[in-house]
Ligand binder design. Structure first.
Ligand SMILES: NC(=O)c1ccc[n+]([C@@H]2O[C@H](COP(=O)([O-])OP(=O)(O)OC[C@H]3O[C@@H](n4cnc5c(N)ncnc54)[C@H](O)[C@@H]3O)[C@@H](O)[C@H]2O)c1
Ligand SMILES: N[C@@H](CCO)C(=O)O
Length: 348
């Protein structure tokens, strides 16, 4: 049985959910042919902890936020990310810190340090993928390791891997979707009569929202995801700043009610489309979809993406777009991809 040592960079909702699955469901991983052992954790709130024999996850999960790892063997008060990433006995670095839509830092450095020290990286952080994806993938290949990021778009719903591995042989001409769970949940709650701020507070409580929820509401989260899909699936080579972006912050409760009255539903739509001349145009904007539109029925934190293909026309995938355990599953799917690579099942 292969054992993979993990270093968790960030110990918030997603990585805690992963730690809980590792603690509670070892059989899930044994059935996949491997064992997962957490040997390092860093977090701004807890500090750093490195224990090569494996960290007692029940103990650290029981620690209230704000307590420090300092009192534990191998613990310290500060998040010593560079030292832990470069020098801990981890095989896989799990990057789940805050997304920065500006420069992707410090997560870009976390990923680069890991890859350059011969460690695989699995991440749900959109910043490194949207802003430095090609560069980091090249570093991974040159170091014989994997850089996997299924959870960067649509949480645990396998959009990136599906498009790459299942839609092979098709020409993808466009992708369009509801790519942010928080804003979709908020619009639905506004349809139920809640105000914007109250709906946002609910989404935060449910663990859907970014640390700064203006990223969800203002569209910058979707902008990153559209850039990722455009680059991954349409070979666009664009930067998130190339994506014209409008959020839902100016949509009022009256706008929502008026749309419902005329049989429409406001949705925040991200889209990338290959134009006739081969260039790719990408946009994020609120759209009042008619009830019959395939995306109009997508509710709550559910996401959906529709691929426009040459041979099949539209192929639509729907699933959770946010959620702690749903996103932790994306990391598991990434670790499975690492395991397949390590066992020679796939080429780099
Ligand atoms: N929650 C979801 O549904 C979801 C879905 C897909 C992707 N994501 C992405 O996954 C990442 C993690 O999401 P989350 O919900 O766990 O967020 P979170 O805010 O609950 O946790 C992030 C953790 O990272 C820590 N952190 C931030 N910067 C750090 C640094 N420089 N060094 C060490 N620790 C640091 C924070 O203290 C916090 O505990 C984010 O980038 C988010 O955009 C989240
Ligand atoms: N805050 C993001 C998390 C998933 O990226 C959302 O609501 O979609």
């Amino acid at each position: 049985m292969t054992t993979y040592n993990l270093a968790l960079i960030g110990f918030g909702g997603v990585n805690r959910a992963l730690a809980e699955l590792i603690r509670d469901e070892p059989r899930r991983f044994a059935d996949l042919g491997f064992e997962l052992r957490v040997v390092a954790i860093t977090d701004l709130a807890f500090g750093s902890l490195v224990q090569g024999e494996g960290i007692d996850l029940a103990a650290v999960l029981a620690m209230p936020r704000g307590s420090s790892f300092e009192g534990l063997p191998g613990g310290s008060t500060e998040a010593r990310n560079e030292d832990v990433i470069k020098n801990s006995p981890a095989d896989i670095v799990v990057e789940a810190t805050f997304t920065s839509p500006i420069d992707g830092e410090p997560a870009v450095s976390h990923v680069r340090w890991a890859l350059e020290s011969g460690k695989h990286v699995v991440t749900t952080n959109k910043g490194p993928v949207a802003l430095k994806g090609q560069e980091l993938s090249t570093i991974a290949a040159s170091n014989g390791v994997r850089f996997e990021y299924e959870g960067a778009v649509m949480s645990g719903t396998p959009v990136i891997r599906l498009a790459h591995k299942v839609l092979g042989g098709l020409e993808l001409r466009a992708v369009q979707g509801i790519l942010n769970g928080t804003s979709n949940y908020v619009l639905g709650r506004m349809e139920a009569g809640l105000g914007l701020e109250q709906a946002i507070a609910e989404a935060q409580e449910l663990g859907y929202a970014e640390a700064d929820p203006t990223a969800d509401i203002g569209g910058s989260d979707v902008r990153l995801k559209v850039a990722i899909l455009a680059n991954e699936l349409l070979g666009a080579g664009i930067h998130p700043n190339d994506v014209e972006t409008t959020g839902i912050q100016d949509i009022t409760s009256q706008d929502v009610a008026d749309a419902l009255a005329r049989g429409c539903r406001w949705k925040l739509i991200g889209e990338a489309r290959r134009d006739a001349d081969g260039t790719v145009t990408a946009v994020v904007q609120p759209v009042a979809l008619p009830a019959g539109h395939p995306l109009a029925g997508i509710s709550g934190a559910t996401n959906a993406v529709s691929f426009t293909t040459d041979l099949l026309g539209a192929v639509t995938v729907s699933g959770p777009g946010a959620g702690r355990v749903e996103t932790a599953y994306a990391l598991i799917s990434d670790i499975i991809a690492v395991d397949e690579f390590a066992k020679g099942a796939v080429r780099a």
